[in-house]
Design a protein around this ligand. Structure first.
Ligand SMILES: CC(C)(COP(=O)(O)OP(=O)(O)OC[C@H]1O[C@@H](n2cnc3c(N)ncnc32)[C@H](O)[C@@H]1OP(=O)(O)O)[C@@H](O)C(=O)NCCC(=O)NCCS
Length: 201
């Protein structure tokens, strides 16, 4: 299957929103579409507004955040159709701080550049075909080209339904060369080093 991975750009904002409009994900039964608005650049947060109460507002906000470059990641295309999304950014320290309450994430260090992977959403009919793997490989390649030290993700080691594991299954990361860096109460930080860097600990 020939898929193309594109970095999210302002011009793709409407297509991104339509993908969320039309793709079943965390909203089954509730109508609560997320539009993945939480993981975004720090300067786009005003107070504690990491979440918006209605899907309509989240849609509008997501488009705005993509247009101003706050919401970052990659889209997978099959022909001209979007079939997958991966949220990846190094500019969401407020989001990482929030996750730090649950995951054993290293404190921020100015001399270490970390690209964080926060979320995946692969269209149901396209799952188990390597789409998330290809998205993750692209994150790794671009982070490496851009001089990052690590790509990192924050995962649950045990999930009741792997097909709904939006953080991505451990096996996905292992296939792409990640290993568990730190672990606490079933929550694992997985990491892939992009350079010959000394371990942080
Ligand atoms: C979980 C998810 C990200 C996996 O994406 P994917 O494209 O199917 O993953 P890949 O095909 O690249 O699989 C990579 C590896 O991960 C593991 N894996 C992926 N899906 C799995 C599943 N349903 N069960 C068990 N293992 C799974 C496998 O080890 C797989 O390798 P293999 O197929 O060679 O065995 C995808 O199913 C998804 O997006 N689910 C919906 C998540 C969601 O609700 N997101 C929105 C949140 S608001």
């Amino acid at each position: 299957m020939e898929i193309e991975i594109r970095r999210l750009t302002p011009g793709l904002a409407e297509e991104y929103a339509r993908f969320f409009d039309t793709t079943s994900h965390n909203d089954e039964g509730s109508g609560e579409k997320c539009y993945c608005v939480t993981w975004r650049r720090d300067d786009s947060y005003v107070g504690d507004d990491h979440w918006y109460p209605t899907p309509e507002e989240r849609r509008v906000r997501a488009i705005g955040f993509i247009k101003d470059g706050s919401l970052q990641g990659y889209l997978a295309y099959l022909g001209d159709r979007i079939i997958g999304w991966c949220s990846a950014t190094a500019e969401c320290s407020l989001g990482v701080n929030y996750l730090r309450s649950f995951w054993p994430i290293e404190e921020y260090r100015e001399d270490i550049n970390v690209m964080s992977v926060f979320c995946f959403m692969i269209a149901p009919r396209m799952q188990r075909k390597g789409v998330a793997s290809q998205l993750l490989e692209r994150v790794i390649k671009d982070a490496s080209d851009d001089g990052f030290d690590y790509v990192e993700a924050y995962i649950d080691k045990v999930v009741s339904d792997a097909g709904r594991d939006f953080r991505g299954p451990l096996k996905l990361y292992e296939k792409c060369g990640f290993s568990i860096y730190a672990e606490k109460d079933g929550k694992a930080v997985v990491r892939k080093a992009l350079k010959n860097v000394m371990p942080l600990r």
